[in-house]
Design a protein around this ligand. Sequence first.
Ligand SMILES: [Ca+2]
Ligand SMILES: [Ca+2]
Length: 257
Amino acid sequence: MNHLYIALVILASMQAHGMGKKLPEQASEVFFSDFEKGDFSGWDIKRIPQDHSAIIQSDVVRSGKKAVRFELRKDENVSGGFRSELRDPYFAPLFKETWYSLSFYVPEEFPVTESNSCVFAQWHDQQDPGDGDRNPPIAIRLRGTGELAITGRYNAEKIQKGVPGPELTFYQDRAFKKGEWNDFVVRVFWSYEATGLVQIWRNGQQIVDYRGPIGYNDDKGPYLKIGVYCRETPTSPLVAYHDNYRRAPTAKQLKGE
Ligand SMILES: [Ca+2]
Ligand SMILES: [Ca+2]
């Protein structure tokens, strides 16, 4: 047995056991979560403060037999905000396209006060060291005034202090109806330069067609969170449901083709 042979055997064994390989930093570029397995596999659950904050249940579902029910109670603060959120750990690449789809349901009884604003889905930035706090590059929110709004932000400065960048209003539905499922498909070409793109379809109808800068100049691209995140602590519990989250690099892959 020569030394080369021994070295090859050792190398093969290391590879078989995953040794000597760098663990992947990035999650898979395709992720589907319909909650049918009854768990939160694939999600980062650090922003779920209590047992009641996110429950997989069968009473309100978009499809299949299960969906997740989020509940935010008074003074439940985690990660510097009033929230119960699941985080998709994937950092979307800059200067590339990423497709998302998600469905959420806001019950008729959703006692949000007028000065409050609650986000059901947000694409959050990953700050570089030295960047200040910034508003999410894209957010779908219900304002206390009753309108559903989709907003965006961008800024091209590499290290950004203070000002979060101009707010874009992509969409406003002043007659937002609670007690119904809302299906969203979101296509984003993440670019803080003019090459950016945001297209959004709600219940099969295109509602946003934006070309221009979106997001920030960071080493890592944005990650998505779903759930309930409110500006102010709710006075009574707020509940929302989510189902059928998908994320993929192309429309075809988003459809599972
Ligand atoms: Ca489901
Ligand atoms: Ca930055």
